[in-house]
Design a binder for this molecule. Structure first.
Ligand SMILES: Nc1ncnc2c1ncn2[C@@H]1O[C@H](COP(=O)(O)OP(=O)(O)OP(=O)(O)O)[C@@H](O)[C@H]1O
Length: 333
């Protein structure tokens, strides 16, 4: 995995922080200089004032997890009947710089509470599809529609997509020097709460909320005082990404190859954490090459992507066929 780093232009603390989506939007580039004050910006950083205080060093030992209300506490959806969360119709997208078409008409519906997996040969467009969903600036949508929670996703800026509850864990999570993990998570969480009209949490309340999430991903509290992903191993970055998703209580978590580079124990921890994110209303869309992940996070639907389209949808049985006969068994070309 390529280590990546977002470097701030000065050693002082930045005045704005990116949303997880927007920071991650640079994942396909290596060592991209990051200027937190530059707006507008292709990564659309969300304006979050950090203030001038020094980093807080919080001790987990003196806090206990409290039963703070979840931002997912709206249980208004009926238990019966599936509600669509994401509806993608004939989505077409090109590389913004060259105009080369990569997505050639993707159709997909993810209902609340469902786990979907997308598989496909290298270069078939899986990552591009994920990035287009979160509004990556390298791609331009040229056709089709995407409705997320009843709203036109394509009309939203990337940070609004994350505030609406769509988050992506990228193949190679970025570093953010000068910003501690706990500050980053607290800011991002409060931004989402503001969007939902909920009161912000102060650091102590937030820590009480955060502590059980740390346990969920089996991460030591030391990681909270470290700068976001700085010096983290590949597996630690992946866990940290899942921690972000857990904290932000994503309605739809898009996971791009979260299994790459993980040892067996880390894979199980990450899978357990992802399963812990699922509720009857929250869904996961994961891109993977391997059955191993799907044994831990069981998808209801497996989609096969080829040349920018979903050409086949089935259940886990499709993966057995794939392993036996390869992608040629389902190719349309
Ligand atoms: N920004 C870009 N510039 C040039 N080519 C791109 C860009 N983004 C995607 N592509 C090309 O689009 C195609 C689809 O890429 P994508 O990363 O979506 O595939 P993938 O299915 O995720 O592949 P893999 O399984 O190898 O991760 C590839 O041929 C890739 O080279």
């Amino acid at each position: 995995m390529v280590a990546q780093r977002l470097s701030s232009s000065s050693s002082s603390r930045p005045s704005v922080l990116p949303t997880p989506n927007s920071a991650a939007a640079y994942s396909s580039s290596n060592r991209v200089p990051f200027n937190f004050n530059f707006l507008p910006h292709p990564i659309h950083p969300i304006r979050l004032c950090i203030g001038s205080t020094n980093h807080r060093r919080l001790s987990v030992s003196r806090l206990t997890a409290s039963a703070l209300p979840s931002i997912d506490s709206d249980d208004s959806a009926g238990a019966s009947g599936k509600k669509p969360l994401l509806e993608v119709k004939d989505l077409k997208a090109v590389i913004a710089e060259t105009g080369q078409e990569i997505l050639k008409g993707v159709n997909l519906v993810v209902n609340e509470g469902e786990v979907h997996a997308i598989m496909g040969k290298n270069g078939s467009g899986k990552s591009t599809f994920s990035k287009v969903l979160v509004g990556h600036p390298h791609y331009e949508v040229t056709g089709g529609s995407v409705i997320f929670k009843g709203e036109n996703l394509l009309d939203m800026e990337p940070e609004d997509r994350s505030l609406a509850g769509l988050f992506m864990s990228f193949q190679s999570p970025v570093e953010i020097p000068g910003v501690s993990n706990s500050d980053f998570l607290n800011m991002a969480y409060n931004a989402r709460r503001r969007k939902l009209g909920l009161p912000e949490l102060g650091p102590i309340e937030f820590y009480a909320y955060l502590f059980p999430k740390l346990e969920l991903v089996n991460m030591k509290s030391d990681f909270l005082n470290r700068n976001v992903n700085e010096g983290f191993s590949g597996g630690e970055r992946k866990r940290n990404e899942i921690l972000q998703l857990a904290v932000l209580e994503a309605d739809l978590s898009v996971l791009d190859e979260i299994d790459s580079g993980l040892d067996v124990d880390a894979l199980q921890d990450v899978a357990k954490a992802v399963n812990g994110l699922l509720t009857p209303k929250k869904s996961v869309l994961m891109v993977t090459h391997y059955r191993r992940l799907l044994e831990f996070i069981k998808p209801a639907f497996v989609h096969i992507m080829e040349d920018g389209r979903i050409i086949k949808t089935g259940d886990i049985e499709i993966v057995s066929l794939l392993e036996k006969e390869g992608y040629k068994a389902m190719s349309t070309s």
